[in-house]
Ligand binder design. Structure first.
Ligand code: HEM
Length: 75
């Protein structure tokens, strides 16, 4: 699995950076649990658990912070 799609953290806009952050977070899950049927089984569990959804938000925020820094905050 290519953990950073396109091998670059550089994006045109913050919105694209956000999308890349979600993609990278999801790819880590896929690398950790390659079995799609197991991921499908676990999906409804985290989807209905507020604390797990907050954890997802935190992972994406960390990825986004890295991407934002790599893009010099799109200044
Ligand atoms: C769906 C993000 C963790 C399994 C999704 C979707 C997003 C997302 C945005 C909706 C996609 C769409 O409907 O277009 C994330 C992020 C995660 C995470 C950012 C962690 C930081 C996990 C984990 C599992 C999982 C831990 C299971 C092991 C799935 C599956 C779907 C899904 C199977 C497809 C659901 C469907 O549309 O039928 N995820 N997810 N995800 N996620 Fe996650």
């Amino acid at each position: 699995i290519e953990m950073v799609p396109g091998n670059s953290l550089i994006t045109k806009t913050p919105e694209e950076g956000r999308q890349l952050a979600v993609k990278m977070a999801r790819l880590v899950i896929k690398a950790t649990q390659p079995d799609a049927s197991v991921r499908e089984k676990l999906r409804p569990i985290y989807a209905e658990d507020a604390a797990m959804l907050i954890a997802v938000g935190q992972v994406v925020a960390t990825e986004f912070a890295t991407i934002a820094a790599a893009n010099n905050y799109w200044k």
